[in-house]
Design a protein around this ligand. Structure first.
Ligand code: BGC
Length: 392
């Protein structure tokens, strides 16, 4: 029995806070013809209502709470650090701790300050220096008692956005484009530099990053193409975590890889497959498959499931999905894979990068009043703790 297994819920800054008017995503959402169903607007007013969300997580029995610090609030203009924003996030860390939870903080979750994005985003020559300046600026937040820090959320998806001019989740639903190689290289460098900076300040803080890892399965005759598909899309980012304190796995579905024109790997879709609300194949066992693929790539680095969940309007389906996903994780652990935690995406319904229609939450949110209504899955998942805590 080990008490340090992370059993938690995950949220992200831009998707919950609302009014991130200094971010590049806000600008993107409001650009003429933006490929979004609706802009984020007030989101779920998490900027003000975070105490309610933490109360619900603690009340359900979770031990860890993942949330994001929004760079564009901390540094809304190049070089201007908002002390009020830093204080806000420090109070959030204290709020997590005062409820007996451990804070798990993401430093960058898809959104950038407008000024940084306008200047070329991750392709700027000074990208690393600017990010490190932000990391230094939020020292009071991290020093307030943050246990785990994730530098860049899903760097592989960030590099895919950069490669796709349309930018936005809708593009990813048509398949996963190849990540931009230069952004890939920069993000790896930024991650290593941020990790060094964070560890120099506080050697005890556990630093890593969460990579989008789906269960990639080869179609018959395409086995030899699988590595060509996965290497640039996730493996390079997993290898980059080889000296980290943990590596995050973020899994939702499976991807079937077949043989395309000129022998290239392509994604194969089955029109008859059961699908979730956002069009992904309903395949809960993807979690176990992803963990088994990741384990040999990361050696001794402990794995934390930093995201897993389902968009559905049927909470029974959420319980079915999550229970099968947890069973597949348990089976992987029984086979000796070291999994140190599970954080469910998401604590509450939120802005799913262009829409509020696809609901991932254990807690429903009324879009007009922001009232939080826990779904039965919240209490159900909280109760699963003891069986998941034991690990081999
Ligand atoms: C992201 C989340 C997103 C979730 C579901 C992950 O790609 O980190 O921001 O909401 O998947 O699409």
């Amino acid at each position: 029995m080990s008490g340090d297994f992370l059993w938690g819920v995950a949220t992200g800054a831009h998707q919950t806070e609302g009014n991130n008017t200094s971010s590049d995503w806000w600008r993107f959402e409001h650009a003429p013809g933006a490929p979004v169903g609706e802009p984020s607007g007030d989101a779920v007013d998490g900027f003000h209502r975070w105490p309610e969300d933490m109360d619900l997580a603690a009340g359900a029995g979770f031990t860890d709470y993942r949330f994001g610090v929004e760079w564009s609030r901390v540094e809304p203009e190049d070089g201007f650090i908002s002390r009020a924003a830093v204080d806000h996030y420090r109070r959030m860390v204290e709020g997590v701790l005062s409820r007996g939870l451990r804070p798990f903080v993401t430093l960058h979750h898809f959104t950038l300050p407008n000024w940084f994005g306008r200047g070329g985003g991750w392709l700027r020559a000074d990208a690393k220096q600017r990010f490190l300046r932000y990391v230094d600026a939020i020292a009071p937040v991290l020093d307030a008692g943050v246990a785990h820090v994730g530098t860049v959320n899903e760097p592989n998806i960030v590099a895919m956005f950069a490669a796709d001019t349309g930018r936005g989740m809708s593009a990813l639903r048509r398949g996963l484009p190849l990540p931009d190689p230069q952004v890939t290289e920069t993000l790896v460098e930024v991650h290593h530099a941020a990790r060094a900076r964070l560890k120099a300040r506080n050697p005890k803080v556990a630093v890593g990053w969460g990579v989008s890892v789906q269960d990639c399965q080869a179609e018959p005759g395409a086995e030899h193409l699988l590595a060509d598909y996965t290497r640039p899309r996730d493996e390079v980012f997993l290898h980059a975590a080889s000296d980290d304190d943990w590596v995050g796995v973020q899994t939702y579905t499976r991807i079937r890889v077949g043989r395309g024109p000129e022998g290239r790997p392509v994604e194969v879709t089955d029109p008859a497959a059961r699908r979730t609300m956002n069009g992904w194949e309903f395949y809960p066992e993807a979690l176990g498959g992803a963990l088994r693929r990741v384990a040999p790539l990361v050696g001794d680095v402990p794995i934390i499931v930093t995201e897993n969940g389902i968009a559905t309007e049927d909470d029974d389906e959420r319980v079915e999905y999550t229970s099968r996903a947890l069973q597949s994780m348990r089976a992987a652990m029984d086979d000796g894979i070291r999994v140190h935690g599970y954080l469910h995406w998401s604590m509450l319904d939120n802005y799913e990068w262009g829409t509020y229609a696809t609901t991932f939450g254990l807690v429903a949110v009324d879009r007009a009043t922001f009232t939080r209504t826990p779904r039965p899955s919240l209490e159900w998942l909280g109760r699963q703790v003891p069986s998941q805590r034991t690990r081999s």
